[in-house]
Ligand binder design. Sequence first.
Ligand code: IMP
Length: 206
Amino acid sequence: MAAGNPQNTCGICTDRASPDSRDTVSMATVTYQGLEVLFSRQQIAERVAEMGAQITKDLNGEKLVMIGVLKGAAPFLADLSRTIQVDATFDFVATTSYGKGLRSSGAVKLIKDLDHSIEGKNVLVVEDILDTGLTLSYLRKLFLQQHPKSLRIATLLDKPSRRIEKIDADYVGFSIPNLFVIGYGMDYAERYRNLPDICVMPPDQQ
Ligand code: IMP
């Protein structure tokens, strides 16, 4: 919930004070059951619309296949797709995730493959958060084997300080410091994915 916004459609966020700052991000002191909101639904919607406009421009009228990385990217893909003004289809993959822990084990395994070939297609891989880069490096390599016409990556969040594999996204919503975040698709032990805002998971609750 953005500071000063009286709307609280889900009734779970409480606006308390003016924004504060932490590294590259603005940290609003807003709570959901004691969790700080890092990006409100309004900030997310505005940034997603900007990303969609840029992607539309870059596609220059060409068709697109959007590939969502389950499960975390589902809300982002749903919102982003509706801001992209070209003929687009969806496909989804799933990889091993954080499960009950917080950090990648290092091994990425494909749990669900694409339903359709992407050969000769313009592909946009849609991810919730680019952290160590292991997942997207693995997926990029895998998808390139099918010789798409183009392959770009859109991530809502980027934690560059955590990178192990050298990979950058073509479209980044917000760059954040090394915080563990939840909400808007992102989980902690499968919980919190349905929070409409992106919140910070405090270390003492992890
Ligand atoms: P990577 O392979 O380390 O880049 O991790 C990518 C995946 O890790 C993301 O798709 C998320 O599922 C998960 N992840 C990384 N950081 C966070 C976080 O702060 N909150 C929730 N999930 C995260």
